[in-house]
Design a protein around this ligand. Structure first.
Ligand code: MLT
Length: 411
């Protein structure tokens, strides 16, 4: 019999969001008339904007005629899309990139997992706690960890607690690590890092020959002027950081799938014998071997996000979600529930009322308010006692959810 990858057996439970769905399905089967409001998984609810849809349709129509049909595209994505992204998303930040440094993909969840292919197993990896579970679980899956302890920490991985005391931004580790995941604006806490904080990380990475895996999937939700949108706004970051971006939350592409990863040419690692080697070359090799690129119509649709018309339409939807975030944050805060995030991010990270555990609060909220959120402990041990609400809902539902929570849990 073929041997399985035993590393998968080290994983504690199912992936967080399917587990939440399981509990919600169980509840709806038992209470079929309950009007559930879902503010759990960060999945968008607004449809694709007209300019994106038009480009998407146009791309599909091109596929219908022999003269304009596209077969395999470049594994790295079309140059015209990479160039638009550079011109519209990076140049305004003062960041210069080459198209060879931008890789279009089917999303940043996939890329932030697949990137492990180009890092040696012996690297010491540091992740936040709480954290987007993908970073933790994929490192366990590839065999970079030992078993999990009673608290929920896997041996071999370095956990960086993100707490109220440090403003949910991890402290620089006292030990030397090789790979660091930073997610900013943060999922799950919804908080952000300042330029000064990111500079400290870049300085650490340069000094320790470490690589920062910078997940900027939520950068479009930043509303405050002094919050960096890209790690490359920090001097020296091209020598020490890979950046992930996504169209999922930005432009409603969760079901369409498109993201991008920037691997600068200047970013080097070392071989077993100590010679320098380009991560860009390795990622290119990996993508050419394991990936056949994002479909042509999807890339046409993604390009439309940067047109004047598309940009304005997408911005309107982001503003709508951020108004939801304000309603949740201010509504719950006024009711005496302590809230974080929700200013530069669509996530509100709240302290569970009455000292309840995260999962107890999840169950009570579901059973008593018919509201679904995400238990903080599902993101890591330091998330215990916290709870995440997502702002990706319809306004009426968000308002109803806030009213129900205030009535039940407000002080
Ligand atoms: C979340 O709710 O954390 C996200 O939707 C998960 C994801 O983007 O994969």
């Amino acid at each position: 019999m073929a041997r399985i990858n035993d590393n998968y057996l080290k994983l504690q439970a199912g992936y967080l969001f399917p587990e939440i769905s399981r509990r919600v399905n169980e509840f709806t089967n038992a209470h079929p008339t309950a009007k559930i409001i879902r503010l759990g998984i960060g999945d968008v609810t607004k449809p694709l904007v007209p300019a994106v849809l038009k480009a998407f349709h146009y791309g599909i129509d091109e596929m219908a005629a022999a003269e304009t049909f596209h077969g395999y595209g470049p594994e790295q994505g079309y140059d015209w899309l990479a160039q638009i992204i550079i011109d519209k998303a990076y140049k305004p930040l003062g960041v210069e990139l080459e198209t060879s440094e931008v890789f279009i993909s089917d999303g940043s969840k996939c890329d932030s997992s697949n990137i492990l292919d180009i890092f040696g197993l012996g690297n010491k990896v540091a992740i936040g706690d709480p954290v987007y579970p993908v970073y933790n679980d994929t490192n366990v899956m590839v065999g970079r960890s030992g078993d999990v302890d009673d608290k929920g920490y896997y041996s071999g991985l370095v956990y960086m607690p993100c707490t109220e005391e440090n403003g949910f931004m991890p402290d620089i580790p006292s030990q030397k690590v090789d790979v660091i995941y930073l997610c900013c604006p943060n999922n799950p806490t919804g908080t952000t890092a300042s330029k000064k904080q990111l500079k400290a990380w870049v300085d650490y990475a340069l000094k320790n020959d470490a690589v920062i895996l910078f997940d900027a999937a939520y950068e479009a939700f930043i509303t405050e002027p002094d919050v960096p949108h890209s790690i490359y706004e920090i001097e020296g970051a091209k020598e020490c950081a890979i950046e992930f971006r996504s169209f999922s939350k930005t432009a409603g592409f969760t079901g369409v799938r498109c993201g991008l990863t920037v691997v600068p040419e200047a970013l080097m690692g070392t071989t077993a014998t100590g010679e320098k080697y380009s991560f860009n070359k390795l990622w290119n090799r990996r993508q050419c071997t394991k990936f056949n690129g994002v479909s042509y119509p999807v890339q046409k649709a993604a390009a439309a996000v940067y047109s004047d018309e598309g940009g304005a339409q997408v911005k309107e939807i982001i503003d709508y979600y951020m108004e939801n975030a304000r309603i949740i944050r201010e509504g719950l805060t006024a009711a005496g529930i302590e809230c974080f995030g929700g200013v530069n991010s669509p996530y509100i990270w709240l302290k569970t009322p009455a000292g309840l555990t995260s999962w107890d609060f999840f169950d009570k909220l579901l059973n008593e308010c018919f509201v679904v959120g995400t238990p903080g402990s599902g993101f890591g041990p330091s998330g215990e006692g916290y709870f995440r609400l997502s702002a990706f809902g319809e306004r009426e539902n968000v308002e109803t959810a806030v009213t129900r929570i205030r009535e039940k849990w407000g002080k």
